[in-house]
Write a protein that binds this ligand. Sequence first.
Ligand code: SAH
Length: 346
Amino acid sequence: MAVRELIDKLNCEKKLSHEEWVKLIKEYDESDRAYAAELARCISQEIFGRDIYIRGIVEFSNICKNDCLYCGIRRSNGNVSRYRLTAEEILQCCDEGYGYGFRTFVLQSGEDAFYDREMLCGIVSEIKKRHPDCAVTLSLGEKSREDYEAFFKAGADRYLLRHETADEEHYKKLHPAEMSWKNRMECLSDLKEIGYQTGCGMMIGSPYQTVECLAEDMEFMCGFKPEMIGIGPFLPHKDTPFRSCPQGSYELTLFLLSICRIMLPDVLLPATTALGTIDPKGREQGVLSGANVIMPNLSPVAVRKKYMLYDNKICTGDESAQCRACLERRMESIGYKIKISRGDHR
Ligand code: SAH
């Protein structure tokens, strides 16, 4: 079957065999990518119109107990100036964001035990109390099931935890021995069972990733049916063991965004900051390839440069208001409009 027929088959049946996934990813060319993008864009417009949901992201701590080999804030990077925002600072970021029209706040951090269950529940419930019409998304890494349950009870609506790779052997090459692929996967099924709108995802072009790995990622997501998918290119960071590894492919990232939209039509799919970093028009191209979410930064400018997961991360010098205005213009330039709404999964 030609690649185009595989795209049509995926569109009709919403799944492919392992061999078909491999062929699709291995053999697609630029015209197949354009074909997939157009189909994905149509699907996205049918469901969301030309509305783009925005999520304000507050990166509240760059202190991390983990040592993921790709990540700039890994614990063994001694060149990072570490910070923690207080609960009140986090709340102020959300208050400010509310004024700019954000109705979802994403709290993201390294795995930092300083913020214990009680403190996090307090922050979540205070955000919900101040802004009852808003959704709260957490992205705090691997926690216990009890923690996840407590955050959910406190009012958290969504949780982002990229699976990073569906291939256990590949996972071991990206993470130190004390981290476990099985635990990460268990966290994801816990999150879904508890009732979160759950997000998984992977970097495109991470070191040692093969077409087989990506095929497994797609098969995993096909079965897991996440409400959200975070996909961006791998970008090296100068203070990590992967500093000399090549960055991921921009085109493959866009192609797989389209493929995710075709496979899971109503999935919430951001055009990520990494996509905007690898190409100045990356986020616009992401939207034109089927993405429907943008996640601008709401962190205080004073800490933004300290949350460097990879080199050259964009938007680290701008005030939140500037980011918001810049995105509005960018979306309008391609005929889309920012929607003031929680933007839940339907
Ligand atoms: N501690 C949280 C948040 C991690 S940062 C957690 O464990 O989920 C969010 C995502 O950034 C990661 O899941 C990873 O996929 C991505 N990321 C990290 N380093 C990166 C790099 N060098 N290039 C591209 N993306 C990266």
